[in-house]
Ligand binder design. Sequence first.
Ligand code: ATP
Ligand code: MG
Length: 254
Amino acid sequence: MTLELKNLCNTYTDESGQDTVAALSNITLTVRAGEFLAVIGPSGCGKTTMLRIIAGLEQPTAGEVFINGEQLAEPWSRVGFVFQEYALFPWRTVSENVEFGLELKNIPKQERRRMALEYINQFGMGGFENKYPKELSGGMKQRVAIARTLITNPSIILMDEPFGSLDSQTRNALQEFLRDVWQTSQKTIIFITHNIDEAVFLSHRVIGFSRRPGTIKFSLDINIPEPRDRTGSEFNRCRKQILDFLQQESRADK
Ligand SMILES: Nc1ncnc2c1ncn2[C@@H]1O[C@H](COP(=O)(O)OP(=O)(O)OP(=O)(O)O)[C@@H](O)[C@H]1O
Ligand SMILES: [Mg+2]
């Protein structure tokens, strides 16, 4: 699955039509099949907007999205979205949350349940299938959110700061978990984060957005062999390059 964005621009206009916010400017980007791409950039620079456009949830003001060479015209069912905030249904159990996408595909109840249990066990949550989201820790909720996305077998997974609200230990554990999931599934993943360490640990390439309206100003290929050592010299070199870019970008504003 190859994803191409061509000259994407997006400007939001309020209901009165008077007030506009330019969120994205001229984004051109190709993401190859199986690539893990991390996106960093200042708050409000249009990162979530870009994901919403890729998922077909938002129409860009200008520009085009191509998936496997075909232009995206409407919300695309093969995109999985893991949102910035936990987006579990509080009234559904863990299993019912994980089964949600399968219900939309009309998969029979027994089969749904069987598949959900497989994911729940694989995600280290066996025994919690009948619990409700409020009974789970933050890390567990995010594992349910990822399971709920993966079970529908999307071709591309969009992750919007999925680990942003977790403590650093849980976050590191989930990064390792996601890396293992990615290594077995070989999905194409676009992963937004404000965390430099996370971007270097997980991705093949990191791109950096400018301040709003977001445009791509920075790109770094990460060629560190797996398993990645967070304290290695190459890891630190990448970390520093990204930090320098973000610092430059925040100075550019002043
Ligand atoms: N539905 C909307 N209607 C109007 N303006 C919007 C809407 N969604 C986002 N915006 C504006 O567009 C700009 C970019 O927002 P976006 O959510 O894409 O930023 P972001 O890079 O994801 O930020 P953060 O890192 O804080 O999540 C912001 O100024 C925001 O106020
Ligand atoms: Mg965002």
